[in-house]
Design a protein around this ligand. Structure first.
Ligand code: NAP
Length: 251
């Protein structure tokens, strides 16, 4: 699979799954724009990609706060100015603000919905006109296994991720005739900062629910993203691809 000549933008690329996706796409030959709030981490990642690829234009880093429409516009304008039209958009940035519904604050509901879901609407609008005009494009949204399983204490997060699945299906139907594909990747429990808070006891319970018997790695998710971004995946659209060690089957 080669992504030679393609330009990809990954949101939330400063660590975890987003970082792994950026490395995966870069390894396949794409020019990668990495974006998030932590510019220092992004600069390190971009430097690593440039060095590995031995190419000064293999990666660029731009600050992005996906909760701000202004920041999104600025980042995408700079990205296109520097690297050209975006062929592959990985909507990965996401947060949790867990709590039981009875006590959930409106601010925690809004923060999660804005960062995880509304951000995707806004980022997609930045790249969609160009993709439609050029009759090519890949949009890959990072959702979660809990979008379909549910999870107590995460009503805001689960609602945002279920929204992403709906957005993915509807948009896939809208743009299929223009050869733009839209898919979602649903990780199970992946070892990143987001899941660092899980206690050992909780992890042991989790292992029992994962037929493959381990937590996932960011690269496990990135491999699926890399495939969906490739030419070889051109007949796949509107799907939610699960990467969870069989957890979804086990329920
Ligand atoms: P993580 O290590 O906490 O990384 C989250 C990334 O999102 C960071 O790079 C962060 O960068 C970025 N981000 C957060 N808020 C942002 C904002 N307002 N603007 C721009 N970037 C923002 O978590 P992760 O596990 O890699 O999560 C990545 C995605 O996978 C999320 O959508 C998450 O919901 C999903 N997911 C994760 C798991 C899991 O088990 N880990 C499971 C299912 C789904 P900055 O702080 O630098 O902005």
């Amino acid at each position: 699979m080669s992504l030679e000549g393609k330009v990809a933008l990954v949101t939330g690329a400063s660590q975890g799954i987003g970082r792994a996706c950026a490395l995966e796409l870069a390894a396949a030959g794409a020019k990668v724009v990495v974006a998030a709030r932590n510019l220092a981490k992004l600069e390190d990642l971009a430097a690593e990609i440039r060095q590995t690829r031995n190419a000064a234009d293999a990666a660029a880093a731009f600050e992005l706060d996906v909760a701000s429409e202004e920041s999104i516009k600025k980042c995408f304008d700079l990205a296109e100015e520097c690297c050209g039209p975006i062929d592959i958009l990985i909507n990965n940035a996401g947060i949790t603000r867990d709590g039981l519904m009875l006590r959930m604050k409106r601010t925690d509901w809004d923060a999660v919905l804005n960062t995880n879901l509304t951000s995707m609407f806004l980022c997609i609008q930045q790249v969609l006109p160009g993709m439609i005009r050029r009759r090519q494009g890949r949009i890959i949204n990072i959702t979660s296994v809990v979008s379909q399983l549910g999870n107590p204490g995460q009503a805001n997060y689960v609602a945002s991720k279920a929204g992403i699945n709906g957005l993915t299906r509807a948009l896939a139907l809208e743009v299929a005739s223009r050869k733009v594909t839209v898919n979602a990747v649903a990780p199970g429990f992946i070892e990143t900062a987001m899941t660092e808070v899980i206690t050992l006891e909780q992890k042991e319970k989790l292992f029992a629910r994962i037929p493959l018997g381990r937590l996932g790695l960011p690269a496990d998710v990135a491999h699926a993203v890399g495939f969906l971004a490739s030419e070889e995946a051109s007949y796949i659209t509107g799907q939610v691809i699960h990467v969870n060690g069989g957890m979804y089957l086990a329920g």
